[in-house]
Design a protein around this ligand. Sequence first.
Ligand SMILES: [Zn+2]
Length: 344
Amino acid sequence: MRCGAAQREDERCRTRYRRREIGEEGQRRLSQARVAIVGCGALGSVQAELLSRAGVGFLRLIDRDYIEWSNLQRQSLYDEKDAGESLPKAAAAAAHLRAINSSIEIEQAIADLTPATVDDLLGDVDLIMDGTDNFETRYLINDFALCHNLPWIYGAAVGSYGLKMPIIPGKTCCLRCLASQPPAGAQETCETAGVLGPVTATIAALQAADALMILTGHADQLSLRLTVVDVWAGDIMQTDQPQPNPECPACGRREFTYLTGKRRPPIGLCGRNAVQIYDRERHLDLKELAGRLQSLGTVKVNEFALRAQIENFDITVFPDGRAILKGTTDVGVARSLYAKYIGN
Ligand SMILES: [Zn+2]
């Protein structure tokens, strides 16, 4: 005979999660599932909210970036207070999600997914959600997922257009079967084309649905197709995935070049005129750095990041030595700013 409090807790749980498609067994599986969300921008923040409300037991939120006012147009988990304080997305998302569902575990990782960090960040999860904005990171996820036999849900959006596809090692093709190299030349980005909130919300919701099917044990019923949506044209298109390509460098030949890459060069970020420099060896005392930069411009600092406006640049520095230098796309300029203000 269970005590009254336990019965009430069980009843609350049943009421909260009553869904025909998932059922009690599915809900139990969800409560034990571990998911990493890579990128907590427009796609990742919506995925995170849906999965936490669904009762996924453990979520790791991975993001290296901070919240800006321009994010609020589509990143529905964040508010003006978060943007005003320039909070890291992973930390702000975790705080909002804990208020939404206190019965699950939410871990924030204010970090960049690189070959050096991928084992720690993705090594102990059952499924990976793609909320990233660049091919480099997606190929790294693809390599890691193939290597460790983990399902992941690819998704991308720009302008009014987006796509999603579930990738299950051994069952479906992989991202490099679809596109063996990153797109060449100038591409439309969130910076040049912008991106509509309704399309990122749609793609993220479709990704979350795929994740719920896999995690509740219904992967065999999953639609293994590439879904393409254009919310402005009003088009939704589904095409069969290509067959896995035996010559694919990743799933065919199992050459995990993105996983074994030594160190990633600085990359321009989607959505802004900026270069990121990542220096893993360096541990910074942000308060001390703030003191040094104080006379050069406007400096704000909290435990997660330092933000300085100096000359025409907006410089954000993290405790692990990583910096985002906004106001240039020139790697050389960014490196010299880093050397000038943070150190060689
Ligand atoms: Zn492949």
